[in-house]
Design a protein. Structure first.
Length: 192
């Protein structure tokens, strides 16, 4: 495991020549499929944008982080986590597209956990509707809403959110255009 040979397996990365954009997805499984991640990666490459795109499928991409608040009556399976190598792989890029499911509290906690460990500009892609306030309440720095300075928990920041991307299905053209526009804007900001 480690390098994807056309298969989005747990703990694999498809690298590109220049570390510009990385699309990070959950571990594949019966419930957590990585279909939108592959489509987003392909669309960015197909559009001929002026940057390179890598894809990383996390080894422990399901569940919630071990430090996430426990909800009464909830049953948790595996914990979400990052390895040191995954942190290095993500942080080596200028922009990260983060796709982490359809449960609002899980998505928010996963984004918070990743950006606590990685200093990168992020575009969040989710099925469930989330907003900048949801993230800021958990200490995540965002483009539009900042937590109070004493509550900031993240190195990285969320610069764009695209909700309504259904897990396991190809995103609509409109949603794909939103992702491409957000990434293109962030890449232009990085070079200026």
């Amino acid at each position: 495991m480690g390098k994807g040979g056309g298969l989005a397996q747990r703990g694999t990365i498809s690298e590109c020549r220049h570390p510009d954009v990385i699309v990070v997805g959950m571990s594949p499984g019966r419930r957590h499929v990585t279909k939108p991640v592959c489509d987003i990666t392909s669309a960015l490459r197909r559009e001929g944008v002026e940057f390179s795109v890598s894809t990383l499928v996390l080894n422990a991409g399901s569940g919630v982080p071990p430090d996430a608040p426990k909800i009464a009556g909830s049953v948790l399976g595996a914990y979400f986590g990052l390895t040191e190598k995954e942190i290095e792989q993500i942080e080596g890029h200028k922009v990260a597209i983060l796709h982490h499911g359809n449960v609002r509290s899980h998505v928010v906690q996963k984004i918070r956990f990743i950006l606590e460990h990685v200093d990168v500009k992020a575009v969040v892609v989710s099925q469930c509707p989330i907003d900048y306030e949801d993230l800021a309440k958990e200490g995540v720095k965002t483009a539009l809403v900042m937590p109070p300075p004493e509550k900031v928990r993240t190195k990285g920041s969320v610069e764009a959110i695209i909700s309504g991307v259904t897990r396991g299905q190809t995103p609509t053209r409109e949603k794909m255009a939103d992702v491409i526009a957000a990434v293109t804007r962030l890449m232009k900001e990085q070079t200026n």
